[in-house]
Design a protein around this ligand. Structure first.
Ligand code: SF4
Ligand code: SF4
Length: 272
């Protein structure tokens, strides 16, 4: 494998590949937002070791259909995962009502397009540095019958230390859960991000919250269960409503305007 410790970037400054990837993601999202209705906050980026035993555990214990990084890129070394948080207004627009808001649906569509393009840019940049990569689609990679995907950005984000699962089955990051996840695999060796030790969900931390369950008026999410088929029905309803905008099989009421929407609420609680 090639040396990944340093790279000479265009402006002559010496930065690590890790730093280069982060900067590319930050600047791409910043400039991309100038041409879209959707606006985003600064992304979060994390790195997982492709040999992390949790990948195998995920496949064996949780999702047999989930691919290992090496099944998608033979000499995989690192999985790059990023979270692109929406501006708060988008979540506020989707807080109430039966249907997803137009802004929320559009944010989903526009962010998915952004992720496809961003992944291409990252792959090209890595290629120029002599590394291979395999980009993953942001969505629509699940089995229509089981509704289970062969690559779960949420689980990969967990493995990469980007956040923790909440009661609503979504990943809560330091910037909350209202946004989209993207990932790609590379044979560049990048130091992994340490996984956080504490919970990010208030229910798992001290049982002081169940706001997401209260916000799901559709019976898909309860304290003890999540019915993915019921949830999917609601998402399809919104898909039909917004089909002129693009592919928006979304709902998201359970993540909008709850304590973990924009921040890690446990950290906020601890900090007073
Ligand atoms: S709304 Fe509350 S219970 Fe639900 S995931 Fe967020 S912090 Fe956890
Ligand atoms: S996305 Fe909608 S239907 Fe699915 S669990 Fe959340 S609130 Fe319920």
């Amino acid at each position: 494998m090639a040396n990944t410790s340093i790279d000479l970037s265009e402006n002559g400054a010496i930065v690590s590949v890790k730093e280069l990837i982060k900067r590319l993601i930050y600047s791409f999202v910043h400039y991309y937002s100038k041409s879209t209705s959707t606006k985003w906050r600064k992304p979060l980026v994390a790195f997982a070791d492709a040999d992390d035993p949790l990948f195998l555990e995920l496949k064996k214990a949780v999702r047999p259909s989930h691919a290992l990084p090496q099944e998608l890129l033979e000499d995989a070394e690192t999985v790059i995962v990023y979270f692109i948080p929406f501006v708060e207004e988008i979540a506020y627009s989707n807080s109430g009502g039966e249907y997803a808001s137009r802004e929320w649906a559009l944010a989903y569509i526009e962010t998915n397009k952004l992720i496809v393009r961003l992944n291409r840019v990252l792959a090209r940049r890595l290629e120029k540095l002599g590394y291979k990569s395999k980009t993953l689609p942001p969505t629509h990679n699940f089995d229509e019958e089981t509704l289970i995907s062969d690559w779960s950005h949420k689980h990969v984000a967990y493995i990469a230390g980007l956040g923790k699962f909440g009661l609503h089955k979504m990943i809560i990051t330091e910037k909350g859960c209202c946004g989209r996840l993207g990932s790609l695999i590379t044979n560049a060796e990048i130091k992994p991000t340490p996984r956080p030790r504490t919970e990010y969900c208030l229910y798992f931390y001290d049982k002081s919250c169940k706001a997401c369950v209260d916000k799901c008026k559709f019976g898909a999410l309860t304290l003890n269960s999540f019915d993915r088929f019921k949830c999917y029905e609601i998402c399809l309803r919104n898909f039909r409503r917004y089909r002129r905008l693009g592919l928006a099989g979304v709902c998201g009421k359970c993540v909008c305007v709850v304590p973990c929407s924009f921040k890690n609420p446990v950290k906020r609680l601890k900090n007073g």
